[in-house]
Design a protein around this ligand. Structure first.
Ligand code: ZN
Length: 132
């Protein structure tokens, strides 16, 4: 992971900020500079609710470099209630809590740590919403 880029993305990763098209109201995550719906370049920051539904999920046993210490973990495609679909790790979750259609919400968690005294990268993960 590139430190400068990850630092710039840190705030949008912590607050789940995407873009909303001023012309057609399409909502995107991550942020975009041009609308893929109508072609407008008038997009404004849009804070997403962080709530969504699992549309696909898998359990990862062989992680990419940097994530080895977190295996096994669940990775899911989460359809946000505003429409965008994002890929995210699930956290604080048991096997029986993981299924397609499950309601989840965003939490902030440590994603990567670079050694004992290196930078720690925080970003979003999703956890099942409490029922009832
Ligand atoms: Zn548009």
């Amino acid at each position: 992971m590139h430190f400068a880029r990850s630092w710039r993305q840190q705030s949008s990763n912590l607050r789940l900020v995407g873009s909303r098209c001023a012309s057609c109201d399409a909502i995107f995550f991550p942020e975009r500079i041009r609308c893929t719906g109508c072609g407008s370049s008038e997009l404004k920051d849009y804070r997403l609710s962080g709530r969504g539904t699992i549309s696909t999920v898998t359990r990862v046993f062989e992680a990419p470099r940097g994530f080895e210490s977190q295996v096994p973990y669940f990775a899911a495609l989460v359809e946000l209630e505003e429409g965008p679909i994002i890929c995210a790790m699930l956290t604080d979750v048991d096997q029986e809590d993981v299924s397609v259609g499950k309601k989840v919400s965003m939490v902030t968690r440590r994603i990567l740590a670079h050694g004992d005294d290196g930078p720690i990268i925080y970003a979003y993960k999703f956890t099942p919403e409490l029922e009832g």
